[in-house]
Ligand binder design. Structure first.
Ligand code: C2E
Ligand code: CA
Ligand code: CA
Ligand code: CA
Length: 276
């Protein structure tokens, strides 16, 4: 900070420029990737805390660009949301994951759900309900086994209309999950009227809850409140036994995290299903 302000501003600009150029490069490659269907899916298991039984699998997209470099969805999904590529990408994720799921169902009789990340942009497109219903029928999958993960950003511009759409999806039998809970705005007011089944507690709370008293109190209160509201709770990003035991002690329902399973490709899911 004792350096001149100018240096730090120039440095900051360089970072923004670099970021911008990198985004442009990604954006160009993204067009090819969409065209060539250069994506794959991984699936991360979710478990009930009580008996450690499998609860579900969350589909997570992976992209290896033309140079063979893995680009994180945390980087390219926001770019795809800005340029509209999220629409074909999102439809591909829904179809490909449901195709895999239908295949597993033939070989494995246990009950588990498939969780899908639905971008706000994808959801707001008027034909989202039609698109999923078509795919559900094509692969003959029961909507009760499909969970749509949305974030609060879905509700921002048009709460009433978006909530009505969620109600329609729920009438068809889909489960609705509120993802990244605690990271957006006015979370509590949304909880009153939302037709949801599950709430996912963001990893940032899980990371902080055993380190910071306030984070622990908030996490504990969220779990308590959500249970009273009648929704299921899933804690995300659980990496240690201490976190697991603590979440169990406050009666969180389910966990997802590297402690019990990292995201894995389809073949490995089959092995996991046969073992469990
Ligand atoms: P998310 O939906 O919150 O997904 C959880 C992310 O946390 C995943 O990162 C997962 O690999 C990671 N994770 C899970 N457990 C742990 C853990 O114990 N430790 C750590 N350090 N990380 C853990 P991933 O796969 O890189 O995805 C990042 C984000 O990209 C997702 O966050 C989601 O917002 C978005 N995304 C991924 N796939 C899709 C997709 O198919 N469609 C859309 N719209 N977004 C997606
Ligand atoms: Ca998610
Ligand atoms: Ca999340
Ligand atoms: Ca997240």
């Amino acid at each position: 900070a004792k350096e001149s302000g100018k240096t730090s501003i120039q440095y900051f600009d360089a970072l923004i420029l670099n970021d911008f150029l990198q985004n442009v490069a990604i954006e160009n490659k993204l067009k090819d990737a969409v065209f060539n269907q250069n994506f794959t899916l991984n699936f991360q298991p979710q478990y009930h805390i009580k008996d450690r039984k499998l609860r579900g699998m969350e589909a997570l997209i992976r992209w290896k660009d033309s140079d063979g470099k893995m680009i994180s969805p945390a980087v390219f999904i926001p770019i795809a949301e800005k340029n509209g590529a999220i629409v074909p990408i999102g439809t591909w994720v829904v179809e490909e994951s449901i195709r895999c799921f239908a295949d597993w169902k033939k070989k494995y009789t246990g009950h588990f759900v498939l969780s899908l990340n639905i971008s706000a942009i994808q959801y707001k497109k008027t034909d989202f309900v039609d698109i999923v219903m078509q795919i559900i029928r094509k692969y003959d999958v029961d909507p009760h086994e499909i969970e749509l993960e949305i974030t609060e950003s879905v509700l921002i511009d048009n709460f009433t209309e978006m909530t009505e759409k969620l109600c329609v999806l729920r009438e068809y039998g889909f489960r609705i999950s509120l993802d990244d809970f605690g990271t957006g705005y006015s979370s509590l007011s949304y909880l009153k009227g939302l037709p949801i089944d599950t709430l996912k507690i963001d990893k940032s709370f899980v990371d902080a809850m055993l380190v910071d008293d306030n984070a622990r109190i908030i996490t504990e209160s969220i779990v308590y409140m959500v249970r009273k509201l009648g929704f299921e709770t899933i804690a995300e990003g659980v990496e240690t036994n201490e976190q697991f035991e603590y979440l169990k002690s406050i009666e969180c329902d389910c966990i997802q995290g590297f402690l019990l399973g990292k995201p894995i490709p389809k073949d490995e899911v089959e092995k996991l299903l046969l073992r469990s």
